[in-house]
Design a protein around this ligand. Structure first.
Ligand code: KIV
Ligand code: ZN
Length: 521
C-alpha cells in the first residue's frame, strides 16, 4: 500500500504504557493506564502503544479499554512474531477507531540466537507473521529488534520482506542504546535509499538512553528521514529509559530553524502529564531533567536572576508557559477555601471532578493546619501522592514514635487492615526503622527494601517531605510515595503505599500473568 506521507510532520508514538510500564517497578493500575492514555490522546500524540496484550489478562483489558475509549490517536498493541500474540493483540485493539498491530523480532546475531533460528528461518517467520497481521488490519508496524546491531545486508533483506508482506511502518529500534547521532541519521538515510519499497512506508526511530543519547539519536534519525519518533513521558523505560517525549517535541519546536519538522503535540499539556506519570509510575523526575525537572526553568543565581529581569531571553530559550508551567502565584493558607484550591489546581493544570476535589481539599486542610504557607510545590506533592485510599487494603491510622539520643526508637502504630484496626509496638534503630518494623509486624512480608529516598518539597523546617520507597518481592517490584510535614509519617505512608501496590501486583500474578520471553516466537 502506498500511503501519503507528509514529510514536514513527525509522528509521535508514545510507548509509556508499554515500554515505560515494562520497566521494573513502574507498574500502573488499570485506572491509571486509562487516565494516562486519555491524557496522551488529548495532548495530540499520534499513536499510543497501549500495552502488550498477550502478557496478561490485565494488559489485555487495559489495551482493549483504551482502544474503545480512544478519540484521535491510533491505538497500538505489541506482539511477538507468532500468530497467537498477533491475534491477541488484534483482539485487544480492534475496537479502536484506528487500530495498529506492532509485531517485532530480534534480528541481530545475538538476538537470532534466542529463538535459535537461522537467517533464512527468521526471514520466513517475518514474512508469515507480517502477512498474518496485515490480513487482520491495514495498519501494521514491524520492528527488527536490536536493528542497530544487525548486519547491514540482513537488515535490508528483512525490512524488504516486511514491506512486501504489508508493513506500513518500519521501526528501527536501538534496543540497547548503542548507536550515536551520526550513525543513527546515516542508518535511516541508507535504509531509505537502499531497501525497495522504503519510500512507501514510514520509518520510525525507537531509542534507548543507555549512553544518554536517545534524544539526540531520535532527532538525528529524523534528519536521516524517519518520520515517527517512539518515546515515553519523562523518558520512562527499562534501564536508562527511552527517548523522552517532552525533549524531542520541545527540541523540534524550539529549534525549528534547523529542524524544520513539526509534531501535533499541544506542548502546554506536557507538565501535567509528566507529573501524573511520575506519580502513577513511582519514578520521580530528577530535579535537573530537561523540560520537566523542578529546576528546568528555575533561576537561582544572582547573575541569572538579574539577567532574567532585564530580558528573559538572556537565560531562557523556551517559555515556561509553553510546557504548561504557570508563573509563580500566591501561596494558600489554612483560611483558603475550596474555590481558592480549585483555582490553584486549575492554574497548575489539574481539572478535578467534585469528588476528587473534596478528597484533595481534606488533605489540603490537614496540611494547612500544620504548615503556615502552602506553596505550589506542596499542592503538587499532594497531587503526586494520589487520591485513592478507599481501595487500599492497608491504611495508616496513627503513628507515634519516641526517639532521642542514646537508645532505640519506640513506634506505636495503628493500621487498618482490610477494615480492621490493629496495633503494634516495636523498637528500631531510629524512628523510620521502628515504624517499618511495626508495619511488618502487622503485615508480615518478605519484601526487600530496594530504595528509600527523602526529599524536601519546599524550604523551612515545616517543609513537606516526599518519600519514595521501592520494594521487591519474588521478582515483583512496587514503588510507594507519600508526602507529609513529618518525615517519619511520610515514610510509613510510602512504605504502606508500596505494600498495597505489591498486593495488587500479587493478585495480578498467578495463572493470569505470563513471563514474557522472546524465545516464544
Ligand atoms: O527496544 C526495543 O527493541 C523494543 C521493541 C519491542 C520495539 O521495545
Ligand atoms: Zn524499547
Amino acid at each position: 500500500m502506498t500511503q501519503a506521507i507528509d514529510k514536514s510532520r513527525v509522528l509521535i508514538f508514545d510507548t509509556t504504557l508499554r515500554d515505560g510500564e515494562q520497566s521494573p517497578g513502574a507498574t500502573m493500575t488499570h485506572e491509571e493506564k486509562l487516565e494516562i492514555a486519555e491524557m496522551l490522546d488529548d495532548m495530540g500524540v499520534d499513536i499510543i502503544e497501549a500495552g502488550f496484550p498477550i502478557a496478561s489478562e490485565g494488559d489485555f483489558n487495559a489495551v482493549s479499554e483504551i482502544a474503545k475509549r480512544s478519540k484521535n490517536a491510533v491505538i497500538c498493541g505489541l506482539a511477538r512474531a507468532n500468530f497467537k500474540d498477533i491475534d491477541r493483540s488484534f483482539e485487544a485493539i480492534k475496537h479502536a477507531a484506528q487500530p495498529r498491530i506492532h509485531t517485532f523480532i530480534g534480528t541481530s546475531e545475538l538476538h537470532r540466537a534466542i529463538p535459535n533460528l537461522t537467517m533464512d528461518e527468521m526471514a520466513e517467520k517475518i514474512h508469515e507473521t507480517v502477512t498474518h497481521a496485515r490480513n487482520l488490519t491495514d495498519n501494521v508496524q514491524w520492528s527488527p529488534m536490536d536493528a542497530t546491531r544487525t548486519e547491514w545486508d540482513y537488515l535490508c533483506r528483512v525490512i524488504e520482506i516486511a514491506i512486501k508482506a504489508g508493513a506500513t511502518t518500519i521501526n528501527i529500534p536501538d534496543t540497547v542504546g548503542y548507536t550515536a547521532p551520526m550513525e543513527s541519521a546515516d542508518l535511516i538515510k541508507r535504509l531509505i535509499a537502499t531497501v525497495p519499497g522504503a519510500d512507501d512506508v514510514i520509518f520510525a526511530t525507537h531509542c534507548h538512553n543507555d549512553l544518554g543519547m536517545a534524544t539526540a539519536n531520535s532527532l538525528a534519525a529524523v534528519a536521516g528521514g524517519a518520520r515517527q519518533i517512539e518515546c515515553t513521558i519523562n523518558g520512562l523505560g527499562e534501564r536508562a529509559g527511552n527517548t523522552a517525549l517532552e525533549e524531542v517535541v520541545m527540541a523540534l519546536k524550539t529549534r525549528h530553524d534547523i529542524m524544520p519538522w513539526h509534531t501535533n503535540v499541544d506542548t502546554t499539556k506536557i507538565m501535567n502529564i509528566s507529573r501524573r506519570v511520575a506519580a502513577v509510575s513511582g519514578f520521580a523526575v530528577q530535579f535537573n531533567k530537561a523540560i520537566v525537572g523542578k529546576n528546568a526553568f528555575a533561576h537561582e543565581s544572582g547573575i541569572h536572576q538579574d539577567g532574567m529581569l532585564k530580558n528573559r531571553e538572556n537565560f531562557e530559550i523556551m517559555r515556561p508557559e509553553d510546557v504548561g508551567l504557570a508563573g509563580t502565584s500566591l501561596p494558600l493558607g489554612k483560611h483558603s477555601g475550596r474555590a481558592a484550591l480549585r483555582d490553584k489546581l486549575e492554574h497548575l493544570g489539574f481539572e478535578l471532578g467534585d469528588n476528587q476535589l473534596k478528597d484533595v481539599f481534606v488533605r489540603f486542610k490537614d496540611l494547612a493546619d500544620r504548615k503556615k504557607e502552602v506553596f505550589d510545590d506542596d499542592i503538587l506533592a499532594l497531587m503526586r501522592v494520589g487520591t485513592d485510599p478507599e481501595k487500599a487494603r492497608l491504611k495508616l491510622v496513627t503513628l507515634r514514635v519516641v526517639c532521642g539520643t542514646g537508645g532505640p526508637a519506640d513506634a506505636t502504630l495503628v493500621m487498618d487492615i482490610d477494615g480492621e484496626e490493629k496495633t503494634a509496638i516495636e523498637k528500631g534503630d531510629g524512628p523510620v526503622d521502628a515504624a517499618f518494623r511495626a508495619i511488618r509486624k502487622l503485615h508480615p512480608n518478605t519484601a526487600h527494601l530496594e530504595l528509600y529516598q527523602v526529599n524536601a518539597v519546599t524550604q523551612g523546617t515545616d517543609a513537606q517531605a516526599t518519600v519514595s520507597v521501592r520494594l521487591e518481592e519474588d521478582g515483583n517490584i512496587a514503588t510507594g510515595e507519600s508526602a507529609d510535614t513529618d518525615t517519619v509519617v511520610a515514610s510509613a505512608k510510602a512504605y504502606i503505599h508500596a505494600l498495597n501496590r505489591l498486593l495488587v501486583r500479587r493478585g495480578k500474578t498467578g495463572e493470569d500473568e505470563k513471563e514474557i520471553s522472546y524465545k516464544d516466537i
